[in-house]
Design a protein around this ligand. Sequence first.
Ligand code: ADP
Ligand code: NI
Length: 219
Amino acid sequence: MNSHQIEIVEKTAQFIQKKFEGEGTGHDWHHIYRVWKSAENIAKTEDCDPYIVSLSALLHDIADHKFYDGDLMEGSRQTKTWLKEIGADDDTIEKVADIVSRVSFKGANVKDDMPSIEGQVVQDADRLDAIGAIGIARAFAYGGNKNRSLYDPSEKYEMHESFDAYHKSESSTIAHFYEKLLLLKDRIHTATAKKIAEERHQYMETFLEQFYGEWEGKR
Ligand code: ADP
Ligand code: NI
């Protein structure tokens, strides 16, 4: 990255840190920070532009669809406004805004398209943060915030066919494992992230086994 690019990335990091300070729904600054750092690390193992990766990672949750009633384009709108304001070039703005509009998980049976390698790196980093120990913690934090039950043994899991259905779902947090978290390891693009995802996936499987055992009073 040249010095102009480094400055744009630093300004964006400060802006996002300020905006997300005190967020408690799983989209806090610490989530963004982890995705940023892990995307940088994955980027080192891929043939890609680290400038686009860093900016997209920092901006990927700028407009949480959960607060914009499922409007996936709000993030790219806010991304464009911000990057224009600080003087990024048009090509960068287009690339980053496109990645931001595509990065979210949209339901088990919804095909997601991420054509650029930079977008794939950021999506991998975001998905890694939704699984493993941190993923488990984030899921229960989210469920608590939404007043969801931990688990409902009579519940049927739903493989959502549309983003709207997924977005409106009120499943228990354990159901969310089947509706999203356990599916992520097979939706990773890069070899580096895939290796990490396998380990984190195994950790969630172990957690679920222990959870069901305790639920029945058997452990
Ligand atoms: P991302 O940052 O991966 O785009 P989301 O905006 O969908 O994720 O959600 C933020 C966090 O909250 C993630 O860790 C996600 O798994 C969790 N989460 C989202 N929906 C639910 C749900 N229905 N139940 C429990 N956790 C959820
Ligand atoms: Ni995210």
